[in-house]
Design a protein around this ligand. Sequence first.
Ligand code: NDP
Ligand code: OXD
Length: 308
Amino acid sequence: MTSIALVSQTQHLSFLAPALQAALPGASIIAWPQPGWQDAQVAVCWDPPLGALARMPHLRFIHSSGAGVDHIVCDPDLPARPLCRVVDDSVAEGMLEFVLWSVLYFHRRFDEVQAQARQAQWLRPRQARTRQCRIGVLGLGQLGTHVAQGLQQLHFDVAGWSRRPRDLAGVRCYSGDAALQSFLSRTDILVSLLPLTAETQGLLDQRRLRWLPAGAALVHCSRGQHLVLSDLLALVRAGHLRGAVLDVFAQEPVPPEDALWREPGILVTPHMAALAKPETIAAQIVENVQRNAAGLPLLRCVDAAAGY
Ligand code: NDP
Ligand code: OXD
């Protein structure tokens, strides 16, 4: 009988239990820290406590309940087991919708119009063509590729940046640290869709944000730790950057008393850019449980050494 532990110190993963139980009626599903969680063969995780997975002697594989795995690979005692994540078209579609809305917010100057509307000012903003607006997508993986291609189809001038060289029709592709300055200096709206790794942590700091042209904006959907928030705020307050839509934060949720909610030029959204449905997450876990039982290779595995 398979036993699945739901391991998180910050989220109630029990929302997955009904769908897992329905698909695997013989399985036992135990939420950490209830008795027996350590004996499970599968750990479904979001932000598990450090060291917890190393205390599971029968563990066969680890499954993130989301797309990112940074909250798992940060564990210095992570056992060497296959690590899978959620990858689904619906997530890529949701991300494109969120990014498109955010890009249009800046491109069609809704940020200015909203501020003027609060003063009852009737001022028509100038209108530019999409091809005059240079979008830069950091990360050309499952999500970044879909976003870059979707924006390109609307005739935005799109470039993307990845670790290894990529070739995407209609998208100017840059790769590696040496190309980052050229990529950023041709970007009017920067979209962050990188995984959080040792290399990408703190990437968006004052020095690199200054490489963006004056008046550029940020749409930040990856992880809070990619961005040095105080550096972004300093550049927005100084007028070098126009503003940002921020969906992810080092501390989530953002506390109600945080002044960021009221910061001019900043729109805070609640890590909502792209959410997989519980049934989708459960179906992908079930598929891997069944494959593991049948001795088949697991799907949607990450390269734990690369961190994504
Ligand atoms: P993928 O793993 O599919 O893609 C990651 C991309 O980032 C790849 O193109 C990779 O390059 C690139 N990359 C990684 N490290 C570097 C580096 N050091 N320098 C340059 N490029 C690098 O990830 P996804 O597209 O599925 O997801 C991206 C992130 O989006 C997730 O990790 C998560 O943090 C975030 N996310 C946010 C959500 C939200 O609601 N806000 C929802 C879902 C995900 P290469 O192609 O060379 O490997
Ligand atoms: C994520 C997710 O990784 O929500 O951010 O799936």
